[in-house]
Design a protein around this ligand. Structure first.
Ligand SMILES: NC(=O)c1ccc[n+]([C@@H]2O[C@H](COP(=O)([O-])OP(=O)(O)OC[C@H]3O[C@@H](n4cnc5c(N)ncnc54)[C@H](OP(=O)(O)O)[C@@H]3O)[C@@H](O)[C@H]2O)c1
Length: 354
């Protein structure tokens, strides 16, 4: 299963809206074939492994797969059918598929057909791998994750004259790894104007550009042609999100002329994030990492608008306190927390409790 997880991760960020899945076929305890789901529309991991085997599995063959095999016709036929047709008699599964159309039904079908099914092997790791998919497939709205980099005393903005980056190279590389996973990232207009970020993943491998949202209710960033998001060769991946009632047509026309997309959302300021999330859902955007400054982070947490928190904490004290706290007036509770040391910094990643 560890190997199957490794295989699944080869498609990091490439399978949306589908999950990442890996599979290994063993015979007499030896791996004889492996496969993974490379992209939506392509073969599922189980089928890829069976194809890689290229022959009928031995009677002792065991299929290990990180996610419950599907049992419905999507863009590809159900994996349960492929497994039964192959003659494999033992299937070891990491996590159940939370998709209400599956959710244990695939395992029931296998068992009813006489296949031995072992569940829950490395279950937590298998489930965590697909936290974006797991959220999307049940709620049908994007997983919104807030990411901050903070000092020990909870400040997000360095003091004037201090180095711009709060965290070290390993934590920054980790952010790029998540940008490679998430279908989209977002910043406020203030952070865009202060930092001129590129918001691409530039860790290992070719540069990847997620959809880059600028949350800018009044299109205050219009006219700023020098910014990467409005001028680099990924600018058609930038979407400036405003409120229809607050933006000027001339500003919308400016973005369009630059090759940047805009969404002018219905409703008022209070409903802005909900309207944005709804539009994301209708466009099939399954998850967004919001790189929030103190103002936006506080507002999102106070509005209970985010589902997950990624907090990178640097062993530093002090910063610019003029922006106020980033965690709002009702600091959130974090559940299912994962802690990771990245050089001198620590990442706390958790689900925000309601
Ligand atoms: N350490 C970190 O992790 C980190 C991350 C990002 C930025 N930063 C730093 O933070 C500083 C900027 O911080 P900031 O507090 O001035 O700005 P910010 O938090 O990035 O954004 C504040 C803006 O967000 C918008 N906003 C507030 N509530 C909102 C809501 N409910 N829905 C949608 N939009 C909302 C408002 O703009 P509108 O009213 O115009 O819509 C507001 O002016 C920069 O120095 C930047 O370098 C640090």
């Amino acid at each position: 299963m560890l190997r199957a997880l490794e295989l699944a991760r080869r498609a990091w960020g490439a399978t949306h809206p589908n999950p990442m899945v890996g599979a290994v076929i063993t015979e007499e305890g030896r791996a004889v074939a492996e496969g993974w789901h490379e992209a939506a529309g392509g073969p599922h991991a189980e089928v890829a492994a069976l194809r890689a085997l290229g022959r009928r599995p031995a009677p002792s063959a065991v299929l290990h797969v990180t996610l419950e095999p599907c049992c419905t016709h999507g863009r590809t036929p159900p994996c349960v059918e492929a497994i039964l047709a192959s003659g494999i008699r033992t299937v070891v599964v990491g996590a159940r598929d939370p998709n209400p159309a599956h959710a244990g039904k695939g395992l029931d079908l296998l068992r009813k057909a006489g296949v031995a099914v072992v569940e829950g092997v490395l279950e937590e790791a298998c489930r965590d791998l697909n936290f974006i998919f797991n959220h999307w497939i049940v709620r049908r709205r994007p997983l919104l994750a807030l990411k901050v980099a903070a000092t020990l005393d909870g400040l997000l903005v360095p003091s004037a004259g201090a180095p711009r980056e709060l965290t070290g190279p390993q934590a920054r590389a980790d952010v790029h790894r998540w940008r490679r996973l998430f279908p989209a990232v977002a910043v406020s207009a203030d952070t865009l104007l202060a930092d001129n970020p590129r918001l691409t993943a530039r860790d290992d491998g070719p540069e990847r550009c997620p959809i880059r949202f600028v949350l800018d209710r009044r299109f205050r960033s219009a006219g700023r042609s020098g910014l990467y998001l409005f001028s680099d060769h990924h600018r058609d991946r930038t979407v400036v999100v405003g409120l229809a009632s607050e933006v000027r047509p001339a500003d919308a026309a400016w973005y369009e002329a630059e090759g940047v997309r805009t969404w002018a959302l219905p409703g008022d300021s209070d409903g802005f994030i909900a309207a944005w999330s709804e539009r994301c859902a209708s466009e099939g955007v399954t998850g967004v990492m919001i790189e929030g400054g103190p103002g936006l982070s506080s507002a999102l947490l106070d509005d209970h608008a985010v589902d997950m928190l990624f907090a990178y904490v640097a062993p530093k004290l002090g910063g610019d306190p003029s922006h106020g706290p980033w965690f709002g007036s009702q600091p959130p509770i974090l559940n299912a927390v994962r802690v990771e040391q990245l050089g001198d910094d620590v990442l706390f990643r958790g689900v925000i409790g309601r």
